[in-house]
Design a protein. Structure first.
Length: 327
């Protein structure tokens, strides 16, 4: 029998809502109690303790005190795919399982990425600026482009990358994947190892960063990698900000080393108000919302409930994090 603690409150950083229906669905999948609280302080005050803790592990302050004093905790599940805040806290030293929500983000992040690419192909940013200025003109510095014949390189060819690849190929683009171990992948024209990343960057009209943040991927994309890209190539980061060196990216954009960037993930977050990235005409910035959707929590609950059934049976959980590799 397992008791579950759901610890989640609405915020501007995580604009999603857990409701009574979600809690009812969880209760149907577990034999023990289900406790629902807004934050760590409430859980401690009400003396909730559970074998399972369901939290938002992608940003914000982690419930370190709660986890360290729990007498029952065996498994922590994150609503998000990223679990860096958990891994960077004392929680990672506990003998507990950690799972994430990998696999539920593909549809929204793929759609967002396609939108970024279309914006650059069709000069949407510039046309929006002219609309606000009441300027009727279709003269642009570079021609309007079509998707067919362009190349997309996806660094971190995982589940989300597969959806980006599928949508890109539907539009007629060639897709190259970059990953540690090379295996044939559906929706990719070619897959290259990390050792050939610069070669893959040089072939791309759009470079999509989808690798998780680990010690090995921090500053993975620096000035040397940006110089390997086409001069009119566009960098799209929808993973984690520190994977791309911000100073090097600013330098590359200011000096015409690459053609543009679409940044849903930046370093730091929130982006400093005085960052030059805000005012660059060849940069799109969004507040780390590429995965957000009205269906997000429903998908996260579905996945959690599947894992709850496995947990009570003593079977292997989906999306278990390798603590040594940090993803």
């Amino acid at each position: 029998m397992a008791d579950v603690v759901v610890m989640f409150k609405d915020s501007n950083l995580v604009p999603m809502v857990v409701n009574e229906d979600h809690i009812k669905r969880i209760k149907k999948c577990v034999s023990g109690n289900v406790y629902w609280c807004r934050d760590e302080a409430e859980a401690l005050e009400k003396k909730y303790d559970g074998d399972v803790l369901f939290i938002w592990g992608g940003s914000g302050e982690m419930p370190v005190k709660y986890c360290l004093q729990s007498k029952k905790l065996k498994w922590i599940n994150s609503f998000s795919a990223g679990v860096n805040p958990i891994m960077d806290s004392p929680i990672c030293e506990l003998p507990v399982k950690l799972t994430n929500a990998k696999g539920i983000h593909g549809k929204t992040m793929g759609l967002t990425t396609l939108g970024y690419m279309i914006s650059f192909m069709r000069h949407s940013q510039e046309l929006f600026r002219r609309q606000r200025a009441h300027i009727w003109s279709k003269q642009v510095d570079t021609p309007f482009r079509e998707a067919e014949g362009l190349t997309v390189t996806i660094v971190g060819a995982g589940a989300i990358g597969n959806e980006v690849a599928r949508l890109s190929r539907c539009c007629g683009m060639r897709v190259i994947g970059v990953k540690r171990s090379v295996t044939p992948l559906e929706n990719y024209d070619e897959v290259l190892p990390n050792t050939q990343m610069k070669e893959a960057l040089g072939m791309a009209d759009f470079v999509v960063i989808l690798t998780p943040l680990t010690d090995a991927t921090r500053d993975l994309i620096g000035l040397d990698e940006l110089k390997a890209m086409k001069k009119d190539g566009v960098l799209i980061n929808i993973s984690r900000g520190p994977v791309v060196n911000t100073d090097d990216l600013i330098f590359a954009l200011q000096n015409g080393i690459i053609g543009g960037a679409a940044l849903d993930a930046v370093d730091p977050e929130p982006l400093n108000a005085d960052s030059p990235l805000w005012d660059m005409p060849n940069v799109i910035i969004s507040p780390h919302c590429s995965a957000d959707s009205i269906k997000y929590i429903d998908r996260a609950i579905d996945l959690f409930c599947e894992n709850l059934v496995l947990f009570e049976k003593g079977e292997t959980l989906k999306n278990e994090i390798d603590m040594a590799r940090r993803y």
